[in-house]
Design a protein around this ligand. Structure first.
Ligand code: SF4
Length: 361
């Protein structure tokens, strides 16, 4: 009997709505990123949001650092389709203004928003405009009293910070909130999410904060996020990278796809190549990734250097190319050998077949 991965049983969370995107419950785990442009530069920010959207972003967060930036925020929101979350620190009045100007959700950090009254005021604005709030706890900016109580940032302090903010929201019969409890230390972050998951049914936004550059940050985020997802924890995610935010979306999707939690676009399986290869695997994969980046339907492609493992991978792929001899490769569809093609034609032929097969998707 064919082996199949056990499906992940997701934690039961209540559902919120960020613009037209459902988060929590049985909604697909959404992929988020955050713009890295100056919010005052509306043109650049809109261009980046559109790039994120076409890479597969379900939700995009934009920082609104000052009251003066609210006007730019409003223009940005009006120029894009994807729901925009306004990211607020320090000044609760900005959150209130963003709620009026088209935000799909508000993200506040209770550690720097301040008093109970200020959180209460943000809650009222969210209520008035039907918006959810993400309570975004960060290990680096916990309330002073929590750091004093626990001696240093730790999972319990982060959970306390989240639940304390939630208490204020609950007191106002406001249940449209999600949590994140992020830290750059992997174990601290994962344990905080694990503990919080057992104490609330609010949706959880996953992320390892300040994870680092493209390689290190991808590794750290993939370990932390998949560790939690495997336990059924997590309703939406953001991979934080010191890199082009489009990479965050690509990595976020790659995590979900590899865990069979969501699918989108082509999946390319490729061998690492070695001296046996009969086709330039690296260039074939890179070119196909680029050319097929607009494809939304799902298909699995295998690009294999030679017949050692090629036919085996072809059996589990929709389309496969396997390097052969004398500049000619074997091409398979649905595990069936279709014939030989010259290596020069391989990329064009695969692209054509992918588009033909997905034409009606
Ligand atoms: Fe090397 Fe062939 Fe294996 Fe690729 S499939 S790594 S070319 S032996």
């Amino acid at each position: 009997m064919e082996w199949k991965a056990q499906p992940i049983i997701r934690r039961k969370s209540r559902q919120i709505k960020v613009g037209n995107v459902l988060v929590g419950g049985d909604a697909p785990i959404s992929v988020q990123s955050m713009t890295s442009t100056d919010t005052m530069d509306v043109e650049a920010t809109v261009a980046q949001i559109k790039a994120l959207e076409s890479a597969g972003a379900d939700i995009v967060r934009v920082t609104v650092p000052t009251l003066a930036a609210v006007e730019a925020f409003e223009q940005i929101v009006k120029s894009v389709e994807v729901p925009i979350v306004s990211d607020i620190h320090f000044d609760y009045r900005i959150a209130i203004e963003c709620a009026k100007k088209g935000a799909a959700a508000l993200r506040i950090n209770p550690g720097n928003i301040g008093s109970h009254e200020k959180i209460e005021a943000v809650c009222q604005a969210a209520k008035d405009h039907g918006l959810p709030i993400r309570v975004g706890v960060n290990a680096g900016s916990l309330d002073k009293d929590l750091v004093e109580k626990y001696g240093a940032p730790c999972p319990d302090a982060m959970v306390d910070a989240a639940l304390r903010a939630a208490e204020t929201l609950d007191q106002h019969n406001f249940s449209d909130y999600a949590f994140s409890v992020k830290a750059s230390e992997l174990n601290l972050c994962v344990e905080a999410y694990e503990k919080l998951a057992g104490k609330t049914d609010a949706p959880l936004h996953l992320g390892i904060t300040e994870a680092g550059g493209l390689t290190g940050g991808t590794v750290l985020s993939s370990i932390g996020i998949s560790w939690l997802l495997k336990q059924g924890i997590g309703d939406t995610l953001r991979v934080s990278l010191a890199a082009d935010p489009v990479e965050e979306i690509k990595v976020g999707w790659a995590i979900l796809k590899s865990m069979h939690l969501r699918s989108r676009g082509v999946d390319i399986v490729a061998c690492p190549t070695c001296g046996r290869r009969g086709i330039d695997v690296v260039n074939t994969v890179a070119t196909l990734e680029k050319r097929l980046s607009d494809v939304k339907g799902t298909l699995k492609i295998a690009v294999m250097g030679c017949v050692v493992n090629g036919p085996g991978e072809a059996l589990h792929s929709d389309i496969a190319v396997c390097g052969g001899q004398k500049g000619r490769s074997l091409i398979y569809e649905d595990g069936v050998l279709m014939g030989k093609i010259s290596n020069e034609e391989a990329i064009d032929i695969i692209e054509k077949r992918v588009r033909e097969r997905l034409k009606n998707n």
